[in-house]
Write a protein that binds this ligand. Structure first.
Ligand code: ATP
Length: 311
């Protein structure tokens, strides 16, 4: 389990992580989401003691990372900046890591197989593709058979097969009872992998929710109904928590009733429907709405000719 409480990081007068509190629980995949520059990497670096917090605290399985005698057995990480000697083979790299952390040699063979690197284990890391490098990074993260796995942008640069592999692996690790945390700036991809979502913007917590709840709320765009008898249908659909607007004489936008309920009411009263369409909002759109005010570099529309002349 990872627990951050009021975790804060400032660089000069800029607050990069701002009183952030969340928990990454065992048996779940937690997606850690935010636009570029939101503070995800900084938070992850503080979790493993690579950056010191300005305020607040973070614990890994109940203690500060530095307080563990065998930290690789507690938490395995893949962070963005990896330093692997390009002249070393994949097996050599993992062996060196295992040796310095007192991890038995057979575990190296296990993670090489788990990461699908058996056929390239003897190859120079410098000649690895991006995808193979990611697999090696994940193999290294799993070396200590840790209770927590924390990966920064693990699917970045992977081809569809690689993405599927990461997705299945993370599911398997969570099903084994491990706490899995992965960062991303891609909502739709994360929704396919994660159970839980921690969404941040400008270092602040914007949402701490389940993927199911986030998806349900994102789908709350109402139902569009078209019927020649729209006026009669409108009064039939009215109710305490129902709001109905209309953009034309034969169209309604209904909030507070599902498409199924609307269809049943229309059938009961013999109102013929020309259209019955739930207005879904894509997950990516919902994520963009949530983080809109927290995007570090927004693309501004270029000034119009009139504005340029006035300037
Ligand atoms: N050492 C540093 N000194 C000053 N500012 C820093 C430092 N490290 C990070 N920052 C700033 O902190 C903010 C958060 O950066 P961070 O890398 O944690 O964000 P992120 O959410 O991981 O972004 P990305 O998705 O682009 O990797 C950025 O504005 C970045 O410029």
């Amino acid at each position: 389990m990872i627990e951050t409480r009021e975790l804060t990081k400032r660089y000069g007068d800029k607050t990069v992580v701002d009183h952030l509190s969340f928990t990454v629980k065992p048996g779940e995949v937690t997606g850690f989401l935010g636009p570029n520059g939101a503070g995800k990497s900084t938070t992850m670096r503080m979790i493993v003691g690579l950056d010191a917090p300005t305020g607040g605290s973070v614990t890994v399985n109940g203690r500060a990372y530095a307080g563990h005698t065998a930290p690789l057995r507690e938490i395995g990480t893949l962070l963005e900046a990896r330093s692997v000697h390009p002249g070393r083979s994949a097996a050599g790299h993992l062996m060196a890591l295992a040796y310095t952390h007192g991890i038995p040699r057979r575990r190296v063979d296990e993670v090489i197989e788990l990461a699908g690197l058996t056929s390239v284990a003897g190859k120079r890391v410098g000649a690895f593709s991006l995808g193979m490098g990611q697999r090696l990074g994940i193999a290294a993260a799993l070396l200590g058979d840790p209770a927590i796995v924390m990966l920064d942008e693990p699917v970045n640069g992977l081809d569809p097969e690689g993405v599927l592999w990461v997705r299945n692996l993370l599911r398997q690790l969570a099903d084994e009872g491990r706490a899995v945390m992965l960062s991303s700036h891609l909502m739709s991809e994360t929704a396919l992998i994660a159970d839980h979502l921690v969404i941040i913007g400008r270092g602040r917590l914007l949402a701490d929710t389940t993927v199911d709840d986030f998806t349900r709320e994102a789908g709350g765009g109402g139902v569009r109904v078209a019927a020649a008898e729209a006026v009669r249908l409108r009064s039939l659909l009215a109710g305490p928590d129902v709001t109905i607007s209309s953009s034309s004489a034969e169209e309604l936008l209904v909030n507070g009733r599902t498409a199924r309920e609307i269809g049943a009411i229309a059938a009961r009263h013999q109102v013929a429907l020309d259209e019955l369409t739930p207005q879904t909002v894509s997950l990516e759109e919902a994520f963009m709405r949530l983080t809109r005010d927290a995007v570090e570099y927004q693309s501004a529309p270029s000034p119009s000719t009139a504005e340029r002349k006035a300037a």
